[in-house]
Design a protein around this ligand. Sequence first.
Ligand code: T1G
Length: 675
Amino acid sequence: MTSPIRTERHGDVLVIISDNPPVNALGAAVRQGLEAGIKEAQGDSAVKAVVIRCDGKTFFAGADITEFGKPMQEPALPVLVDMIEACDKPVVAAIHGTALGGGCEVALGCHYRIAVPSAKLGFPEVKLGLLPGAGGTQRAPRIAGVPLALEMTAKGNPISAKKAKDAGLVDRLAGEDSLVEDALAFANEMIGKTPLPRASMMDAKPDPQAVEEFKKKNARRFRGFDAPAANIACVVKATEVPFEEGIQFERQEFMKLMMGVQSAAQRHIFFAERKAAKIDDVPDDIQKRDIKRVGVIGAGTMGGGISMNFLSAGIPVTIVEMNQEALDRGTGVMRKNYENTAAKGRITQDQVEQAMGLLNPTLDFDALGECDLIIEAVYENMDVKKDIFGRLDKIAKKGAILASNTSYLDINEIAASTSRPEDVLGMHFFSPANVMKLLEVVRGDKTAKDVLATVMALAKKIRKVAVVAGVCHGFIGNRMLMPRQVEAQKLLMEGATPEQIDKVHVEFGMPMGPFQMSDLAGVDIGWHRDESRIESIRDALCAEGRWGQKKKAGFYDYDDKRNPSPSPRVAEIIEDFRKKTGAEQHEVTEQEIVERTLYPMVNEGAKILEEGKAQRASDIDVVWIYGYGWPVYRGGPMFWADTVGLKTIVEGLEKHGFDVAPLLKQKAEKGERFN
Ligand code: T1G
């Protein structure tokens, strides 16, 4: 097999080039090729300098994650980086695209770095539950200082080439289209320069105050994760001990993380997210429809949020409402959202105007006739939706895709209200739609393959993580949410309190528990609105106007800053219901709460797989990570179940009288896993 690495001579300079699509991952063949290239440069007196660069869309984007867990082939990346740095001829890294992880470490092992302005550098290892394991935690603080090294390694977000240059991580910016020439010129200029700048020879200045501030500022973000603290410890170690000792420490911390469940979970999600984009029975290269303009029906919270996704991606939107007041309110909220983002410095005022300039608010339903994709985002009522789709059928252009944002309802039934069911599918956004990354793409029985592929590709363009779901009540996420909510209510009747149940979920790593979530979303969602009809604790709360945070009272009481506190009134309501129904009380333990609220979700996930409503277990994991904030370090419900052990899950379900899904029981009996 030909090596992905080739070398070229340009006068006194040897250029080592990697061509390893799609991201020049530093797999064994690349490492071996780089090693050979450096040896070639060392061994040839005519070579006076070296440039390392990559073909394709990016400089090395990291170690090859697919190699993790397999026997490591020489040279190990840390050894290779040290070899580059030890070269006695100047080595220049020519960076474009994203120099990430091991790629950034290779660059820091080089003596000089030149990058195009659009390039980014970063250490995303922490997002895989890891840390830079090839010297990055030791070289970055030595070159760029502790504060930036902490930001880059423990949070994992890339920085621009400009910021990298200001910090000394990059020496020069090349022309956007002249990286190769500029890198060669830089290398020639550095010939004969001694001593060569070697990061490992530098000192990293201690900065204990920056470390404490960083830890405090990010405590909430890092809650439950192992890797951030390990990254911080390595960066601090770089300021305390000689380079070699720091490298040993980094290596031991890296191995601890690599062997841990959290990194396995986070690497699982990395690949699961990308796998979710693939539709098993639809070829990647199927011809997709051209979506030049999107129509949105309804300018409420969802319609406005949905529209913003397209506007932010530069796609014009026609948004329709029934009356001017609702239309103005909706567009006003959209503008305010953009202005708030601009106020935080995340976008410019120009970008606000650019986005809003693409919006065409109108009361004219027929204006949707010029749209290539129309998304209905009105309230959850089947009759209303069928009426709208019937009207769309009359005015939408031929080939337009007709989508409903319904969270539960039957897409097949909605499609049947048109003469073009093959053009109909669900696009279930999660509130707030302009923030939450998950998009459930609901495939109707008659949805055409190109329609599905078009929407999946569009999802990536609007920076959503899309998962294909089949038609069933609640699709994937909300369908699994239901048994959790039902059991949580039952546990209240049997002796648990809302705060006890929520605490278990928050300590598990969820952003909030079932009752906090209910208060946030609105206790009154789906309530029959008949105050005299009180058949559940929820009904009793709603009848008293305890509709959740928006009313400063739900399952909890809320102060003006929406801080929750246990509610004596809710305790009374629960007590009344326990007495009225004669529910048997018992001491509810935390383990019982886990078994009765989380295990049933796994059981429902197994049913979803059995019924073919999800393509794969990892898709279900992606839904829960990106739609509900399931802690990524637990890998999603199905991955987590594998780590608990499916036998244990089955025993727990049977202990509490649940019907175990045949697929789950069968896998447990065979000692299999979902993922
Ligand atoms: N290894 C293996 N495969 C990778 C990969 C990697 N590092 N990065 C991407 N891929 C695959 C990906 O699975 C997909 O495959 C295809 O490339 C395109 O990816 C020792 C230990 C670079 C910003 O974490 O962030 O270095 O689905 O769809 O949207 O210190 O990929 O086509 O079959 O994401 O243009 C650290 C991870 C590794 C970077 C490009 N590096 N990658 O985004 O394409 S650990 C990372 C990304 C490490 C050292 C440590 C993104 C991207 P398929 P894509 P994209």
